[in-house]
Design a protein around this ligand. Sequence first.
Ligand code: SAM
Length: 241
Amino acid sequence: MTPEGEALLRQGAAELGLNVDAQVPAFAALLDLLVDANSRVNLTALKTEPDIILKHFVDSLSCLRGGHLDGADLRVLDIGTGAGFPTLPLAIMNLQTDFTPLDSIRKKIDFVRAAAAALNLTNVTPQVGRAETLGRDPDHRERYDRVVCRAVAALPILAELGLPLLKAGGRLVAQKGPISEDELRAGRRAAGEVGGRLTVVDAFTLPVLGDARTLVVIEKTGPTPAKYPRREGVPNQQPLF
Ligand code: SAM
């Protein structure tokens, strides 16, 4: 990582109230791994150092706003992690929290596994698969304290995919760009249908760049009916609302 890149990382993190002094070497190593892998396999559209630092690393760290991921010994599932976002930056910051980054695309999970091993992140257990399948698997259904997701789907789809995986009292923390009133309304209704309640809509701007972002939190307030999630692909093709 160049000195300019390191300054961007520190500034972006500081604007989120985070100090990354101890984690700079891990972020620098992750940057190298991502740039190297991306030159061989198409993992992410972001290729330049400032883009990766601000739009992947700092953007992922913004999931820490509001303290929704604070707590001892949490189990966190990341639906649609892609090349490991937000999991890898969050796991670098929170070695006490266990992360399960999930994606249906094997080559992406192969990278996340290799990166976690290279960074010695023993708190990361990557998994290939679809959220619909895990949501029906007793080893995963109702086993997580938090579900996170970044840039994966509209809120009603995320509610159907995420809530079955949460324990009672758990929270889905969805990081999204700007969000319309229509999507929020549909997300509220879908949350109610799958045993949750939409409790937080936190609109903010990404450090340094100023791009609009929204963290939406849905709390699990009751059991998810057994019919959810529906079979693979249906939540996307026929969203609940
Ligand atoms: N979260 C990453 C990020 O912010 O860089 C990747 C975002 S990418 C736009 C969406 C990812 O979600 C893709 O890698 C896709 O394979 C994965 N995905 C979408 N629906 C999924 C599902 N139902 N189960 C598992 N992975 C899914």
